[in-house]
Structures are given as C-alpha cells and as structure tokens.
Design a protein around this ligand. Structure first.
Ligand code: NAD
Length: 374
C-alpha cells in the first residue's frame, strides 16, 4: 500500500521513542506509518504482523531490516529490544487485552487503539497490567489532539457559550462487507457503537469534562440484513449530564457517512461538521453577533498523537486522556447491545444494574451491567 507522499526525512532516532506497531491493517498501512515518519518524538522501530511478507515489505520501506519484522508468535521477543520503548496495538478490538497486557509485562509502554477493551473487565485488566508494570497506557483518541476539538473544549469550558444546555453528536457510516471483523461480535465487541459512536460519546466527555449520569438507549438490528446478524445496525441514545445538560448521540453502520457535533449553551452554540474525519474538520461558533469560523494550521492527527505519547514517555508525564478515567466511565451501553434482538430499548443508570423500562427491554433487565470502555 502506498505511503503518504509528503514524507519529510526523520530526525535523529536516538532522541525519539521507538514504537513497535502491532497489526498492519488499513489504519497502520495508510496512516500510522507515515504519521510516525513525520513525528518529532516517535519512530517505528519494529512491526508485528501475521503476514511476514507484508511486514518485510513495510520494514524495507521504512529503512528497517527483516529482523525488525515480527510475527505474532514472535511478539514476546520484543522484550529483548531496548530500542522498542512502546507498543502501539492496532488489532481488532477483542485482541487489545491480550497484546496490551503482554506488552506491559515486557515493560513496554502501551498505546492502544480505541476501544481500549470490549468489556469493562478487559479494559481493567489492561489498566492493571500497565500499572503493575509501571508503564504508561494511553487509548488512541486522535481527535483529542486537534486544535478544532481543543477550541471547542475551550468554548464550552471558558463560558463563551454560557451555561450548557444541549449536546448532539452523530457518527455514522456504511459498513457493507458482511465478512468484516467489525461485524463479528467476538472480535469487535459490538457494532457501530464501539467503533464510531465511541467518538461521539468520548468527545462529549472531553468537551464537558464530565461523565453522563444516566442513559436511555435504543438500537435497531434488522433480522433480514445478513450484515447485522451479530451486532446492531444503528443506535440512538439520550444521556443526562450533570446540571440538567442533555445529550443525544446517534451512530450507525447503515447510514450515509456523517460526523457532526453540536453544543448549545445559553449564550451561544458551536457546530463541528465534519467533526471526526482524519482531516478537514470545520468548526463554527455562533452567538448574537453572528457566526465565525476560526481557521487552524494543517496537522496530522496521528502525528500529534504519537508526539504526545512519546513526549509523555520521555518526560515521565501522564498521558491524556488518562486510562483510569476511561475505565471509570463505563457508560451504560452494554445492556442495550448484549443479546441479539431485532429492536430494543432500555434505560440504564451508569455503573448500576440495568433497570426495567417497559415491556420491550426484558432482556436488558436480566443483563448483568457491564459496559464498553470508552
Ligand atoms: P484492519 O482490519 O484493517 O486491520 C486489522 C489487522 O489485524 C490486520 O493486519 C489483520 O491481519 C490483523 N489481525 C490479527 N488477528 C486478526 C483476526 N483474528 N481477525 C482479523 N484481523 C486480525 O483494521 P483497522 O481498521 O486497522 O483497525 C484496527 C484497530 O484500529 C481497531 O481497534 C480499530 O477500532 C482501530 N481503528 C482506529 C481508527 C482511528 O481513527 N483511531 C481508525 C481505524 C481503526
């Protein structure tokens, strides 16, 4: 697969943090390798893949040797590589726990793709393993390094919009390959929610700095569509944040690509549309004086993410967002996504057992409450 064309020569590697990228799928091949090459703080020192030829090819393209390309079976041999200080887990969601905990046991810092785990238990195991090993852990929320998201956060938190009232976010796209691992519950942990809807929920937490107090969610899983035998096609949720702030979140694998974010305060509002792509984010801020669209310098979200985590490793800082916080926010989705049923809704107070809310959500009521780690 081609690397991005505008690659600048790397800085001296001895001042940067060496990463092993684990999994050479679409994200690694199309984004992460080139992002690491433009990072001032990080570089790719090793690659881990189930396809040795592919790993060798990328290693050569990066100026690495065949010894820098590992199979999954050779993963633990990274322990002998002093130049590999961090491991970036870019595997299907349910494999995050195994590779993150093994990396931590080797004393490697862990950067893990979202979602951190497919269950609260998985995520907690990763957090515990990293804490016990004394290594840093960060979930790869690339949007939290963009100037647009920080400007939105400032507007929410510095009072520019006045007291917060309403929040709304959509992240939808069409997933049309019925064989994709993203549609297999065992590998993905769910459907659009842990894959793309996670951006909406996590961004609302990032902007407000608060956690939802309650959630009401409904999902659609069409029985006649073979893509959605195991996971939901769409999900909508109403969330209550402290102070009477209400939020709606919608996500789908069966709706035209849409990523948007809207925040309404008493004195003003903001709109980001698109809100979550790799580039081209657009932010506008409105109040009684009109609407303005601030402009921002170009950047690569993945480069910013690499830089942040590598800088934390070099300085001994705590990376943001802290994994502990991600673990605490076990938002109440899982009861709604657990048992396959065509259409369901359920009301769920976070961190408690799901409660019954009408005749249609009996399966939710019986579900043990766990949640995605967002
Ligand atoms: P992908 O399907 O393109 O790549 C997955 C990689 O995992 C492949 O190299 C595949 O060979 C390997 N793999 C190992 N065991 C596997 C198994 N049992 N089944 C399937 N593949 C297996 O996926 P991707 O899009 O690169 O996603 C990987 C991770 O990155 C996921 O956690 C996903 O949520 C995350 N992701 C994040 C972003 C982002 O913007 N931050 C974007 C895309 C994906």
């Amino acid at each position: 697969m081609p690397l991005k064309p505008d690659i600048t020569p790397p800085e001296a590697q001895d001042t940067r943090v060496g990463f092993a990228l684990v999994g050479i799928g679409k994200l690694t091949a199309e984004e992460l390798i080139s992002a690491a090459r433009t990072s001032e703080q990080a570089y790719v020192a090793a690659l881990v893949s189930g396809e040795p030829e592919k790993a060798d090819g990328f290693a050569r393209a990066l100026g690495l040797s065949e010894q820098d390309a590992y199979t999954y079976e050779q993963f633990d041999e990274l322990a002998d590589r002093d130049d590999v200080q961090a491991v970036y887990i870019v595997l299907p969601n349910s494999l995050h726990r195994e590779y993150a905990t093994r990396a931590a046991r080797m004393g490697k810092h862990v950067l893990c793709e979202k979602p951190l785990g497919v269950s609260a238990e998985d995520a907690q195991a990763i957090v515990d393993a990293c804490r016990d090993a004394g290594v840093l852990l960060m979930t790869a929320y690339r949007c939290q390094y963009t100037p647009e998201h920080w400007a939105a956060r400032d507007a929410v938190q510095d009072g520019t919009l006045g007291d917060l009232r309403l929040l709304h976010s959509i992240h939808a796209q069409v997933e049309d390959d019925p064989e994709a691992w993203r549609l297999k519950r065992e590998l993905a942990g769910g459907g659009p929610l842990p894959d793309v809807g996670i951006y909406s929920l996590n961004t609302l937490r990032f902007l407000t700095g608060q956690e939802p107090e309650w959630v009401f969610a409904t999902q659609h899983q069409p029985a006649e569509d073979p893509r959605f035998r195991e996971v939901e096609a769409s999900m909508s949720a109403l969330l209550g944040f402290p102070g009477g702030v209400s939020a709606t979140i919608q996500t789908s694998y069966a709706a035209f690509k849409t990523t948007s974010l809207r925040v309404m305060g008493e004195k003003g509002s903001l709109l980001m549309d698109p809100a979550f792509p790799y580039d081209g984010l657009k932010l506008s801020l409105s109040d009684d004086d009109g609407t303005r669209q601030p402009s921002f310098p170009d950047y690569d979200q993945f480069t910013l993410e690499f830089d942040h985590f590598a800088r934390c490793i070099r300085r001994g800082d705590t990376p943001g967002p802290p994994a502990r916080r991600a673990c605490r926010t076990t938002s109440s989705w899982t009861p709604c996504t657990r048992a396959p049923a065509p259409d369901r809704s359920c009301a769920c107070p976070p961190t408690r057992t799901a409660t019954r809310s009408g005749a249609r959500n009996r399966s939710c009521r019986r579900s043990k409450y766990t949640a995605f780690i967002l």
